[in-house]
Design a protein around this ligand. Structure first.
Ligand SMILES: *[C@@H]1O[C@H](CO)[C@@H](O)[C@H](O)[C@H]1NC(C)=O
Ligand SMILES: CC(=O)N[C@H]1CO[C@H](CO)[C@@H](O)[C@@H]1O
Length: 213
């Protein structure tokens, strides 16, 4: 009897350790963003961004808001026909290879623009016409300009996400008016903007992008 009760103590301790390890593992895995093949999203790999729901436009691409100007806006194709432009996510220093939810990163279309401008996503000024902040392309103007940082957040459904601008990780003391990206229809085009409807999206890994193991 004595022997049995003694040996049950380390047994219980082991069980606790194993359970804690499993819980930690489950937590870290659920923090990973996954693509449409349920593989973890990786930095520096190309992905297409696609609406998770129908009748809300096609894949993400660069859009010219005005015919004459260079494509400055982040937007969507009008239909689900067409590949769109892939993006790559760029980590802040010290991040791992895998993109996690609620983690600030920079994101750019991997396209060579004829306008010889950056394809980095940026939150633009509040647009007077729509009262919404459009997502444009451009570089931050200073080190304290956090307009290039975006993050992926979970929705109620697994594998479906929202893209947010809320860079509290890069500036924990800043007070941001955070916003989530959704499509804004204007003159037969779909532009992305904060401060309105919210678009659930999925990430489709570009076929030629090889996984870096
Ligand atoms: C943008 O402008 C509209 C209209 O002037 C205003 O209602 C809204 O609060 C502004 N949004 C932000 C984020 O400043
Ligand atoms: C630079 C430029 O021409 N901007 C125009 C683009 O279109 C919007 C909306 O129609 C106008 O408000 C801008 O003046």
């Amino acid at each position: 009897m004595k022997l049995a009760s003694r040996s049950s103590v380390p047994c219980l301790a082991w069980l606790l350790i194993v359970m804690t390890m499993m819980a930690t593992l489950a937590l870290s895995q659920s923090d990973e963003v996954v693509d449409t093949d349920r593989r973890p999203l990786q930095y520096s790999v190309e992905y297409y961004i696609k609406p998770a729901i129908t009748d809300s436009g096609g894949r993400f691409t660069l859009i010219s808001r005005n015919e004459s100007s260079c494509p400055l806006n982040v937007g969507q194709l009008n239909t689900d026909i067409g590949e769109g432009l892939p993006v790559t996510f760029m980590p802040q220093a010290g991040e791992g290879k895998v993109v996690k939810v609620n983690t600030d990163f920079r994101v750019a279309f991997s396209a060579v623009s004829t306008c010889a401008q950056t394809t980095l996503w940026k939150v633009g000024e509040n647009d007077t016409k729509s009262g919404r902040r459009l997502i444009v392309t451009g570089r931050a103007l200073s080190r304290r300009d956090y307009s290039n940082f975006f993050r992926i957040v979970k929705t109620q459904s697994g594998g479906i996400y929202n893209i947010q601008w809320c860079p509290t990780q890069v500036c924990p003391t800043c007070r941001f008016i955070c916003g989530t990206i959704g499509g804004l229809r204007e003159n037969g085009k779909i532009l992305e903007a904060l401060d309105g409807n919210v678009l659930p999206v999925v990430f489709v890994r570009r076929a030629s992008s090889s996984l870096v193991e």
